[in-house]
Design a protein around this ligand. Structure first.
Ligand code: NAD
Length: 260
C-alpha cells in the first residue's frame, strides 16, 4: 500500500473530491483526519451514501479516521485540526487542501464584494492556512511531508464568467509553486491538482443546466465529466513516496481540457 500508516489531514473531506481523496488515502493504509465545516456530504452532492460521514465510511471498512469540525478561513481552527491529528495519531505526514466554494457564474459587473471576499477567504486564504499549519508541523517533526492543494483548471486558464473563482485558484497555483521551492530541500513536497469538471455539490448548478452541462462536456476532449473516484489516484501519487522528486508542480486532472 502506498500510504501505509501515514497520517493525513484532508480539509474539505465531507463530500465531493475531498471525500474521494480521504477514502482513497484510507484504502492505501493512511490514518485520516476528515476536516470540514460539515460532517456529512451536502444534499446537493451526488454521493449515494450521503447518510454516512467520510470518517464513518473509513472506520466501517476497517480503517482509522476521525472527524474534526473546521472553518478553513479561521487560522486557529486549521491549526487546531493539525493539533487534533497529532493528538490522535502522533504526527502528521500529509495535508490536502480541498475545501472550496463557487459563488456562481457571472461577469465581474454582477459580482459583489461579498463574492470576492468569501471566495478568496475559503479558496485562497484557506489553502494558505492549511499549508502554513502543515508545514509548521512538518518542520517541527523534521521528517518532511506532503501538501496537496486542490486548485482548478480555472487557476491556469480563464473560465468564462468565473472571475472570483479563477482569481482564487490562480493564487493557489502560484502559492503552490512558491512553497514548492521554499521547502523542497527539507523533504516537504508541495504540489497541486487542477481538476476539470467533476460531478459534485459545487458543480450541481452547472450539471443541472443542460446548456452549461453540454458546453462543459464539450470543453473536455475526453468527452465527459470526471468521476470523483478519478481524483483519488493522482492525489495518492502526490502524497506518496513515488512523488519524492516532484516539487511545486501543477497536475491537471481534466480529461485533456487544458491540453486542447
Ligand atoms: N467539482 C469540480 O468540477 C471542481 C473543478 C475544479 C476544482 N474543484 C475544486 O475541488 C475542491 C473540492 O470541491 P468539490 O467539487 O468536491 O465541491 P464540494 O462542494 O462537494 O466540496 C467542497 C467541500 O468544502 C467544504 N467547505 C466549504 N467551505 C468551507 C470552509 N470555510 N471550511 C471548511 N470546509 C469548507 C464543503 O463543506 C464541502 O464539503 C474545491 O477546492 C473546488 O474548488 C472542483
Amino acid at each position: 500500500m502506498l500510504l501505509q500508516d501515514k497520517v493525513a489531514v484532508v480539509i474539505g473531506a465531507a463530500g465531493g473530491l475531498g471525500r474521494s481523496i480521504a477514502l482513497g488515502y484510507a484504502r492505501e493504509g493512511a490514518k485520516v483526519v476528515c476536516a470540514d465545516l460539515r460532517e456529512f456530504p451536502s444534499p446537493a452532492g451526488f454521493e449515494e451514501d450521503m447518510q454516512v460521514a467520510t470518517h464513518q465510511a473509513i472506520v466501517h471498512d476497517g480503517g482509522q479516521a476521525i472527524y474534526v469540525p473546521c472553518d478553513v478561513t479561521q487560522t486557529e481552527q486549521v491549526t487546531g485540526v493539525v493539533a487534533a491529528a497529532v493528538a490522535e495519531f502522533g504526527r502528521l505526514e500529509i495535508l490536502v487542501n480541498s475545501a472550496g466554494v463557487f459563488t456562481g457564474l457571472g461577469g465581474i459587473e454582477t459580482k459583489t464584494d461579498g463574492d470576492w471576499d468569501h471566495t478568496m477567504a475559503v479558496n485562497a486564504k484557506g489553502v494558505w492556512n492549511g499549508a502554513q499549519a502543515a508545514i509548521t508541523q512538518f518542520l517541527a517533526q523534521g521528517a518532511g511531508g506532503k501538501v496537496v492543494n486542490i486548485a482548478s483548471v480555472g487557476g491556469v486558464v480563464g473560465l468564462p464568467l468565473e472571475p472570483d473563482y479563477c482569481a482564487s485558484k490562480g493564487a493557489v497555483v502560484n502559492l503552490t509553486r512558491q512553497l514548492g521551492i521554499d521547502y523542497a530541500s527539507r523533504g516537504i513536497n508541495v504540489n497541486a491538482i487542477c481538476p476539470g469538471a467533476f460531478r459534485t455539490a459545487m458543480a450541481r448548478a452547472a450539471w443541472d443546466d443542460p446548456q452549461v452541462r453540454e458546453a462543459t462536456t464539450a470543453a473536455h476532449p475526453i468527452g465527459r465529466w470526471g468521476y470523483i473516484e478519478e481524483i483519488a489516484g493522482p492525489a495518492i501519487f502526490l502524497a506518496s513516496d513515488l512523488a519524492a522528486f516532484v516539487c511545486g508542480q501543477i497536475l491537471a486532472v481534466d480529461g485533456g481540457a487544458t491540453a486542447a
